[in-house]
Design a protein around this ligand. Structure first.
Ligand SMILES: *Cc1c(COP(=O)(O)O)cnc(C)c1O
Length: 398
């Protein structure tokens, strides 16, 4: 996945454009910047890439999720449905708005289970946040239908799925709003950065103002702008955007390498009868950022992980005991370890986490192994790796 693996002259050139004129800020300073608008250019490139009307760059993927929800008016006391398997950023972004994350089970897509989503909807539910984990997608048809039926917002966190598609549409462009991250380990990187994408004019202009102190961005005099509402600072800098601009132009190249490396490993594991792969909904194409497969049970997954470790197969995870990506170890959320007070309503709203079991998620995550697909591997290296992985798995299953 990581764009930082292939990094160099093109990124340096874009950054130097910015350093040469000294305007590190994405807005204003028109006279000084010699026509360099890296953030604007990157937004235009991403609009093409994601085939969407509007892109608003922000400072991170976490900021993108908060800004997306806020731009649709979601806030204090609203319930947002999200999956048990994601990065901690998902509930952070919801909590920051004073909203309540409602965690529900995943299915064999490793994304939100539509049946669990439907069960979790209450009169307070304002949004479903689907997370397209590890380069693939949840059952989007079913989720779009549920969101429409209940008239609630569908937000897509596609931070790990740049380049994946569903029925020909880029992941992130299917929901009402989509969120991306360009942090250091994502498919393309800005160092730190993120984006909100949408076809909705109102959400876009809200996101544009909200992420820059509520400034309305009308006219050329920054100091004279008015404030239709209160905002915050989630801006990206020109330096970060410059890096992203070089990276986004290389995205097709990155995705080709990713697909090649993914296929080599997948093919090597495909003839092991006990190995099955995550379900990709019909009409879906993975970005191939990760290869995800299932083993018969948690015990076997753990033994295979040990085998991988001994055999120097790095960058593979069984997320069952992982504190970054899976509910079981999110004790700080479950026990509400907070730095500052939050509302009683949110505290009460999170009490369900103490008792609720997520057996269905445990079943899939326990059996899953997720392997990062690197861009820096040569074809020969991947083939060797793939053969070794297959050998280790077969040995353990014997
Ligand atoms: C990386 C990531 C984020 C957060 O992005 P940052 O840019 O690191 O804040 C959110 N959701 C998912 C699924 C991610 O992988």
């Amino acid at each position: 996945m990581p764009g930082f693996e292939l990094f160099g002259d093109k990124e340096r050139k874009e950054v130097n454009d910015v350093l040469d004129n000294g305007v590190l800020m994405r807005y204003g300073f028109d006279g000084m910047r010699n026509g360099h608008w890296k953030a604007k250019e990157l937004e235009a490139e991403l609009e093409k890439s994601f085939r969407t009307k509007h892109v608003q760059l922000v400072s991170s993927g976490t900021a993108a999720v908060s800004v997306a929800l806020a731009s649709a008016g979601i806030g204090a006391g609203d319930e947002v449905i999200m999956p048990t398997f994601t990065f901690v950023a998902s509930f952070e972004a919801i909590m920051m708005l004073g909203a309540i994350p409602i965690l529900v089970d995943i299915d064999d897509t490793l994304g939100l289970d539509p049946k669990a989503v439907e069960k979790a909807i209450t009169s307070k539910t304002k949004a479903i946040m689907v997370v397209q984990m590890c380069g693939s997608m949840a059952n989007m048809d079913a989720l779009v239908t549920i969101a429409k039926k209940h008239n609630i917002l569908l937000v897509e966190d596609a931070c790990q799925a740049i380049g994946g598609t569903y029925q020909g549409k880029p992941l992130g462009s299917i929901g009402d709003l989509g969120c991306f991250s360009f942090d250091f380990v994502k498919t393309i990187t800005c160092g730190e950065g993120g984006a909100v994408i949408t076809n909705n004019e109102k959400y876009y202009s809200n996101a544009d103002h909200y992420s820059d102190h509520g400034h309305d961005h009308i006219g050329n005099d920054r100091g004279a702008e008015s404030h239709p509402f209160l905002g915050y600072n989630f801006r990206i800098s020109e330096l970060h955007a410059a890096v992203g601009l070089a990276q986004v132009k290389r995205l097709p190249e990155f995705l080709d390498i990713q697909k090649r490396n993914f296929s080599i490993i997948r093919n090597a594991l495909a003839d092991i009868p006990e190995v099955t792969f995550r379900t990709v909904p019909e009409g879906g194409l993975e970005s191939c950022a990760f290869l995800n497969f299932f083993l018969p049970d948690l015990e076997t997954s753990r033994r295979v992980m040990e085998g991988f470790k001994k055999g120097d197969i790095d960058a593979c995870w069984n997320y069952y005991d992982n504190s970054w990506h899976y509910i079981r170890k999110w004790d700080h959320l479950k026990n509400l370890k907070l730095l500052h007070p939050i509302s009683q309503e949110v505290k009460k709203g999170l009490e369900y986490l103490k008792e609720k079991n997520f057996n269905q998620s445990d079943y899939y995550i326990g059996r899953n192994i997720s392997c990062l697909i690197k861009l820096s591997w040569t074809e020969e290296e991947v083939q060797l790796r793939a053969n070794k992985m297959a050998e280790i798995i077969k040995e353990i299953l014997r």
